[in-house]
Design a protein. Structure first.
Length: 441
């Protein structure tokens, strides 16, 4: 507090009609010098300190009362300038603002924004953020906890979120990478969608472009994709699935209702469709020859059905292993060198019995060119054991000669009727030989 200024001429010598001595002026001036040579006035309203200052500025733009510092007019006066910024702002209470723009913001407590929240730089929120209006982020944002959106969350750029739960609409215009996503309503993706973890669907999901899923797909509703779908894990859809592009799944596929794929389909695990399935492009099932695709309903092929054929220049002779896991038709283009027999098996490491179950039937065709000597098939074996008897077409015995200078075609149909023994003890074997004219390959 300053010394303050009090009238030194207590006797009122300095007045009209009085004799004014030099000492009177000297004492008065000394009192003024003493007041301004220290801390000045406090303007606290006490004696010699002056009245309180309640307005500041050239036009008295800033006002002060006992509880606040405020502008004289609402929404007119700024605090700082673009080239004259304050350094740090320390506030212990609540910040109320219509709009907030920050290059970087760190909020360790709760943040409540009733208007628009714009962040041009990095933003870290370690507490709860409650937004009742728009939330616009133009730079990278990291959400380390849960994000709950009761209304619309709109993202126009790239977004990386570990977990997101939305009870309203989630609109993403750019690329989105999600660790886990759970949506009770509709999920519409107008661009590419990438999910790094589990993708759960309880309602409808519509993607206008590519949908890449790094984990499993589990859904109770409909999944509709107008372009490519890629799932790194199993894919389970509780409702319908409709896709116009390529569907690639690295594990099992299960669809509780209709499956429509407008492009190619590739699956490496079990393929289960409870309803109708329409596959308009190429279909690739499994990544190993021992994988099985089971279809419980009727199958309609709207185009031609082709079987894989093994074409070899090796002459037929001795025991020929026929691997049904790699092909159902085998053609030997060079003339047979001797009589031969066929041994049906899965492949070199898989038995026929491990491939064809009880109640299943498979058919194979073996075709061989013949020279001047009419060699022929002398025996049919299954996993190394001779099938006996073999029921030949027309009720006749096995053929005793081939077709000289022609082509012999053997069609063998095997049904597994039991799960013990070998040959006819567990297999019923039907066979036929058809002779054709010479073919030049």
């Amino acid at each position: 507090m300053g010394t303050g200024y009090t009238r030194n001429d207590t006797g009122n010598n300095i007045a009209d009609g009085n004799v004014i001595n030099a000492a009177d002026f000297d004492g008065e001036f000394d009192a003024i010098v003493s007041a301004f040579a220290t801390d000045g006035h406090t303007h606290d309203g006490t004696a010699a300190e002056g009245g309180p200052i309640q307005k500041l500025g050239p036009s008295q733009e800033v006002e002060v009362d006992s509880g606040a510092i405020f502008p004289a007019s609402d929404g007119v006066t700024d605090l700082g300038k673009t080239t004259k910024e304050w350094k740090d702002l320390y506030i212990d209470g609540v910040i109320n603002t219509d709009n907030m723009s920050a290059d970087a913001a760190t909020i360790t407590g709760n943040a409540s924004v009733g208007g628009t929240f714009n962040v041009g730089g990095a933003t870290t929120l370690t507490g709860t953020a409650s937004l009742s209006s728009a939330f616009a982020v133009s730079a990278t944002s990291a959400f380390k906890g849960a994000v709950s959106v009761e209304s619309t969350l709109a993202v126009t750029g790239e977004t990386n979120v570990s977990d997101i739960s939305a009870s309203g609409t989630l609109d993403v215009a750019g690329e989105t990478s999600l660790g886990n996503i759970s949506a009770d309503g509709t999920l519409d993706v107008s661009g590419n969608g990438s999910v790094g973890g589990t993708f759960k669907i309880t309602g409808a999901v519509t993607a206008a472009s590519t949908l890449n899923i790094g984990g499993a797909v589990s859904g109770k509703g409909t999944l509709t994709v107008s372009d490519t779908v890629s799932a790194a894990g199993a894919m389970n859809v509780g409702g319908n699935f409709s896709g116009k592009g390529t569907l690639t799944v690295t594990d099992a596929v299960s669809v509780a209702s209709t499956l429509n794929v407008g492009g190619n389909f590739s699956g490496k695990g079990t393929f289960n469709v409870a309803g109708s399935a329409t596959l308009s492009g190429n279909v690739t099932m499994g990544d190993a020859t021992a994988d099985t695709t089971s279809i419980n309903s009727q199958v309609e092929f709207k185009n031609n059905l082709r079987e894989r054929t093994s074409i070899s220049t090796t002459s037929a002779t001795g025991t020929i292993n026929f691997d049904i896991l790699s092909h159902n038709v085998e053609l030997r283009t060079n003339d047979a060198a001797a009589n031969f027999e066929l041994n049906l098996r899965g492949d070199s490491s898989t038995a026929f019995s491990a491939t064809v179950a009880v109640g299943q039937t498979t058919s194979v065709a073996f075709e061989s060119s013949m020279g001047s000597t009419a060699y022929y098939l002398t025996a049919i074996k299954i996993d190394g054991a001779t099938a006996s008897p073999v029921h030949w077409q027309g009720g006749t015995t096995a053929p005793s000669e081939g077709n000289a200078d022609g082509i012999d075609s053997y069609l063998i149909n095997v049904t597994r009727s039991a799960d013990a023994g070998s040959g006819t003890a567990q297999y019923t074997c039907l066979a036929s030989q058809t002779q054709y004219g010479k073919v030049t390959y």
